[in-house]
Design a protein around this ligand. Structure first.
Ligand SMILES: C[S@@+](CC[C@H](N)C(=O)[O-])C[C@H]1O[C@@H](n2cnc3c(N)ncnc32)[C@H](O)[C@@H]1O
Length: 221
């Protein structure tokens, strides 16, 4: 096993050496923190940097986010898009996403972001058949992750990426005493993706576990 356990000190070190600070993101994180315990829903800063890098590295122009909250991950994705790129954000909360809107404007990326307030599956159903995507981030209700995967994979261009957050669910995926609907849904999704020949996937131990799925090209060997 090749694995170095993270101590709090090592985590601090890792953040200090692998994450570019961004004053608008820092301000957004501060306002989110003031919401209290719920702020833990926001992705970790190093995950945000990783996502921005991936969006830029694959030259993504069309992205979708399912689960926007106060807009931190959306801002990271939007930062990786070109000026004429588009990010469709799906969430059910006007209140939380209103915080995000302020910071998207402040960061100068509001033009790239369209926010739809509705259950994400309903929003996805309204998309035209030719709406293809390069990058998707899924971070909402865990019981619907499988449905989001089924809806998004056909729209993903070859070599495009879908990222799933919270795939280890605080370790509950391995805990036989955890039989909640969320845990069972995540276990089933993780098993499905691991077997799915249409994609190449890697589950990495960033934050609460992140699965990165790449759609294989038709002629790929
Ligand atoms: C974990 S938070 C997202 C955190 C966000 N990605 C970030 O980094 O700040 C989950 C979000 O999913 C939203 N959500 C829950 N169920 C949803 C659904 N069925 N459709 C769309 N959004 C949903 C919640 O309102 C909440 O804002």
């Amino acid at each position: 096993m090749k694995f170095t356990p993270l101590t709090p000190e090592l985590y601090e070190y890792l953040i200090a050496h692998g994450h570019n600070s961004d004053p608008v993101l820092a301000e957004l994180a501060k306002e989110t923190e003031a919401l209290g315990r719920i702020a833990m829903m926001q992705i970790a800063p190093e995950q945000g940097t990783l996502m921005s890098m991936l969006v830029r590295a694959i030259g993504a122009r069309s992205a979708i986010e399912i689960g926007t909250f106060t807009g931190y991950s959306a801002l990271c994705i939007a930062r990786g898009l070109p000026p004429d790129g588009k990010l469709l954000c799906c969430d059910v909360s006007e209140e939380w996403t209103a915080i995000g809107r302020k910071y998207w404007a402040k960061a100068g990326v509001a033009e790239r972001i369209e926010l739809r307030i509705a259950p994400a599956l309903e929003t996805l159903k309204t998309l035209p058949a030719n709406h293809t995507i390069d990058f998707a981030f899924i971070d909402a209700d865990k019981v619907s992750y499988r449905d989001y995967y089924d809806a998004l994979l056909p729209r993903l261009r070859p070599n495009g990426l879908i990222l799933f957050d919270n795939v280890v669910w605080g370790g509950q995926v391995l805990d036989p005493n955890s039989q909640s609907e969320d845990t069972q849904a995540l276990r089933a999704l993780n098993d499905l993706i691991a077997r799915d020949q249409r994609v190449q996937a890697v589950m990495i131990s960033v934050s609460d576990g992140l699965t990165i799925v790449r759609k294989r090209a038709p002629d790929e060997r």
